[in-house]
Design a protein around this ligand. Structure first.
Ligand SMILES: NC(=O)C1=CN([C@@H]2O[C@H](COP(=O)(O)OP(=O)(O)OC[C@H]3O[C@@H](n4cnc5c(N)ncnc54)[C@H](OP(=O)(O)O)[C@@H]3O)[C@@H](O)[C@H]2O)C=CC1
Ligand SMILES: O=C(CO)COP(=O)(O)O
Length: 338
């Protein structure tokens, strides 16, 4: 017999809503936690998240609440889908509300400001006894909502977590794959946001497909170089959460990070773009943290340096992009298995 779970999803933005709804459609009871009373009431009455995913019908098994305590009460699985900068303040409240057996899974593709902490590290620090995991992959929320077949990776050190989350989420239009490399999977999801901004800039400037292909491939090389330095397995980047997500986010106008890049490439100032965005583009925050971390570890990341120069040193986009590609390492593939 299939186990019926009680699931909490913390964060009622586009991704939290779509993941909660997949789980509810799979027959489980879901409570979506959000901050906005009016939106919670609308979701419960009209079965639609009119702010973040208008037109997407929500299951009767999904119930929205603004009470964190109510959302996690009796939940045996808790997903966290708030931006990286708010992640700790939310999970810090959980130890006094959930049991040590509840699984806690990050959906967030960001880095904590003020250092270089991944979401799984924050979970480990705040919830040392709970089974943990991260879910990441090429998962544009609005495409999932439209029913396009998508796939994601559940990564955990615990095989029972990967099995359970697979069974919870897997369905005809949302396929779940497993990994035991939590760091590699979440680094792929967080780092690709930076390169999606760069790809958007390139698209605005009319870069050819050859140039875009070069940028994407060199981005993968750069990400792998950095991840190896942090102890992740570079081969993880060949999977859905690495090359899969890098490809989709660097080529889709639906990506918020790509949209930031497009606007920058058209000459809009960053402050102006961010002031008019009502959804999170994690790559902006990640860029500064990544540059500082790479510099302090001595990892060459010319694309990161270039984007940083465009955003914060007010350098001309075309000059920067040309000069960074010429100072790239000559080696094509750096990590080979012999
Ligand atoms: N959208 C996508 O396609 C995907 C997103 N992700 C990742 O999921 C994470 C969430 O993204 P997404 O759902 O798109 O974001 P959205 O911008 O759509 O929504 C963000 C949500 O987080 C809430 N929130 C923000 N700050 C806080 C806080 N301090 N406390 C509680 N809630 C807060 C917002 O609430 P409020 O409305 O009250 O501001 C809102 O519900 C990001 O890390 C993103 O990279 C991952 C895969 C796909
Ligand atoms: O992570 C995503 C797709 O996998 C969503 O990307 P954006 O946050 O850029 O919209």
């Amino acid at each position: 017999m299939t186990t019926r779970h009680t699931v909490a999803v913390l964060g009622g933005g586009s991704f939290g809503t779509v993941i909660g709804n997949i789980i509810a459609n799979n027959g489980h009871s879901v409570r979506l936690w959000l901050r906005n009373d009016g939106l919670a009431a609308t979701i419960n009455s009209s079965r639609e998240n009119s702010v973040y995913l208008p037109g997407y019908h929500l299951s009767d098994r999904l119930y929205a609440t603004t009470s964190l305590r109510e959302s996690v009460a009796d939940a045996d699985i808790v997903f966290v889908a708030v931006p990286g900068k708010s992640f700790r303040e939310v999970v810090q409240q959980l130890p006094r509300m959930i049991s040590g057996d509840s699984q806690v899974i990050s959906l967030t593709k960001g880095i904590e400001p003020g250092g270089f902490r991944l979401m799984s590290q924050i979970l480990r620090e705040e919830l040392p006894d709970n089974p943990l995991g991260v879910l990441s992959g090429p998962n544009l929320a609005s495409e999932i909502a439209l029913g396009h077949v998508s796939a994601s990776v559940i990564a955990s050190e615990s095989p029972s977590v990967t099995r359970c989350i697979h069974d919870l989420l897997h369905c005809e239009a949302f396929l779940i794959y497993a990994s035991d490399d939590m760091y590699g999977v979440e680094l792929g999801g967080a780092l690709k946001n930076v390169y999606a901004i760069l790809a958007g800039v390139g698209a605005a400037l009319g870069f050819g497909e050859n140039t875009q292909g070069m940028l994407l491939t060199r981005a993968l090389a750069e990400m792998s170089r950095f991840a190896v330095c942090l102890g992740a397995n570079p081969l993880t980047f060949l999977g859905l959460s690495g090359v899969g997500d890098l490809f989709v986010t660097c080529s889709s106008p639906l990506s918020r990070n790509y949209q930031v890049g497009l606007a920058l490439g058209k000459g809009r100032p960053l402050e102006d773009i961010l002031a008019t965005m009502d959804q999170v583009a994690e790559g902006i925050n990640t860029l500064g943290l990544l540059k500082r971390e790479a510099d302090s570890r001595g990892v060459p990341m010319p694309l990161v340096d270039g984007l940083h120069a465009i955003l914060y040193e007010h350098r001309e986009v075309e000059d920067v992009l040309t000069s960074i590609m010429h100072r790239e390492q000559a080696q094509d593939v750096e990590f080979v298995i012999r």
